[in-house]
Design a protein around this ligand. Structure first.
Ligand SMILES: [Cu+2]
Length: 177
């Protein structure tokens, strides 16, 4: 029973292999090879060999590109998700009652460095989800905070002084995959 199964499987496999090659092309090649062989017997072996190699390459070509494309697609996918973490520095200005810029975009895993410069008033730069806080600073003072953007999403940074957040002193940190 086992032997029969193996034989059947081999037969099916052989059929599949045959089925892969376009039948028409195969037949064509055979005809060409036969012709060449006929000519070869007259003109000599040297002229035959290059022609046969060329034919062989031509029948391979239609089968090869789809396999490569699938592999390349996987490689591309892997490349996209494997982002090389980097340190990004953002100069953020703040005043009564704004931040510039209002949106900061990074990739997951990046180290984010915020250099906050106070244009006027008493302010800070706070981001709860990443436990980033800062002592309020005065006009023309600067303060720097650093954190790793280790989760994907959109998070609101803001000034925690008084009612500044409610008055519009806020912005978005977007962390992409
Ligand atoms: Cu403020």
């Amino acid at each position: 029973m086992k032997k029969t199964a193996v034989v059947i499987t081999s037969a099916v496999f052989a059929l599949m292999l045959t089925g892969c090659a376009p039948a028409g092309q195969d037949a064509q090649q055979n005809t060409q090879e036969n012709k060449t062989t006929d000519t070869a017997s007259v003109t000599g072996t040297l002229t035959v060999t290059p022609t046969q190699q060329k034919n062989g390459t031509m029948t391979m070509e239609p089968q090869t590109p789809p396999e490569l494309t699938a592999q390349q697609q996987e490689q591309l996918k892997a490349g996209e998700s494997a982002h090389e973490p980097t340190t990004l520095t953002f100069d953020v200005n703040g005043g009564n009652f704004y931040f510039t810029p209002t949106m900061i975009k990074v990739k997951k895993g990046d180290t984010v460095k915020i250099v906050f410069k106070n244009d006027g008033g008493v302010h800070n730069w706070v981001l709860d989800e990443f436990n980033v806080t800062m002592d309020p600073i005065k006009t023309d003072e600067s303060s720097t905070v650093e954190f790793v953007a280790d989760k994907v999403g959109t998070f609101e940074f803001y000034c925690s002084v008084g009612q500044h957040r409610q008055m519009g002193m806020k912005g978005m940190l977007v962390v992409e995959e």
